[in-house]
Write a new protein. Structure first.
Length: 148
């Protein structure tokens, strides 16, 4: 991914991200696994997702949740991380990308599910990779009538 640039994402905290500008007006934001278990935006699965979508011409944005890597703040039990996800979405939208998909791996999938259940998403396409259903409380959030 030769077009990668390290960026700062404004939100409740300044977040570290890596943006790869594509040739299409389509973007994907990739949320990483649980930071307390070593998850970050450089996770091999996260990087593979970004590389795959970049090869298809999409703009990709992977970022570190608060308190991870060079992102400011502290881990917030998944609640504050929803705000981080929304800040990443706003950053990509402000860059002119309007067709945005949200992808989450493990904990990142859980954050996206919770954002959707709280009504904070705009009906974006969602991709969940290995959601941690056995570790985190999905039961209350999986009641999403529009989820197929």
């Amino acid at each position: 991914m030769t077009n990668e640039e390290t960026i700062k994402i404004a939100g409740p905290f300044i977040l570290e991200g890596v943006l790869n500008r594509g040739i299409k007006n389509r973007g994907i934001i990739i949320a990483h696994p649980h930071p307390l278990y070593g998850g970050d935006m450089n996770n091999p699965v996260v990087k593979t997702i970004a590389r795959t979508f970049a090869a298809a011409g999409c703009t990709t944005l992977r970022f570190n949740f608060r308190g991870t890597g060079n992102s400011q703040g502290e881990f917030a039990d998944g609640e504050g991380e929803i705000d981080d996800l929304l800040a990443a979405r706003e950053h990509l939208s402000a860059a002119g990308i309007k067709d945005i998909t949200l992808a989450g791996y493990s904990f990142g999938a859980w954050v996206i599910v919770n954002a959707a259940a709280a009504g904070k998403l705009n009906n974006e396409p969602l991709i969940f990779i290995s959601p941690p259903a056995a570790m985190l409380p999905f039961a209350k959030t999986l009641k999403l009538p529009h989820l197929k």
